[in-house]
Design a binder for this molecule. Structure first.
Ligand SMILES: [Cu+2]
Length: 163
């Protein structure tokens, strides 16, 4: 028995030759939080590219129906001088708040948000949580969301407050 290789895995998914150029297009970059990509190895990235390409091919519009961050405040990886009063994420799709969560942790894993994750007043794509006063340090924002079409996505990003 041999371990599956990329080639056999691709064969299992039966990629048509004409679809191969599609894999060169950075679909995942458009579909996933930017902070997630560097954490993934080449093999996983390839797998994501395959699934993303197939999702697009299988049913036009399906890939856009999943909620992914379009913009975050503070921006992922940012270093702030003033502690932010809240974290807000603008998603690509409207969210179902009963099945979504948005939490912020300090470097020790302690919650520093106020546990009041809620949608924007006039925008169900905007997800907000208020923060306790943040001392200098690095913070991890963790989100699990369900879009109104019931699809679930999750991710995380960091920001820091300067000393
Ligand atoms: Cu979806």
């Amino acid at each position: 028995m041999t371990r599956p290789t990329r080639e056999t895995a691709a064969a299992t998914l039966s990629v048509p030759l004409w679809a191969v150029p599609l894999l060169a297009i950075p679909w995942p970059a458009a579909l996933l939080p930017a902070t997630l990509l560097p954490a993934l190895g080449g093999w996983r990235r390839l797998t994501l590219a395959l699934f993303a390409a197939f999702a697009l091919l299988a049913s036009p519009g399906a890939a856009t129906a999943h909620a992914f961050p379009q913009r975050t405040m503070p921006p992922a990886g940012s270093r702030l001088v003033n502690p932010p009063p809240r974290v807000a994420i603008l998603f690509t799709e409207a969210l179902e708040p009963r099945f979504s969560s948005l939490k912020v942790f300090d470097a020790f894993g302690h919650r520093v948000d106020r546990g009041d994750a809620h949608l924007g007043p006039h925008n169900a794509r905007r997800y907000i949580v208020d923060l306790q006063p943040l001392p200098p340090g690095t913070y991890n924002v963790v989100w699990h969301v369900t879009s109104v079409d019931t699809h679930q996505t999750q991710g995380h990003f960091q920001f820091s407050v300067a000393r």
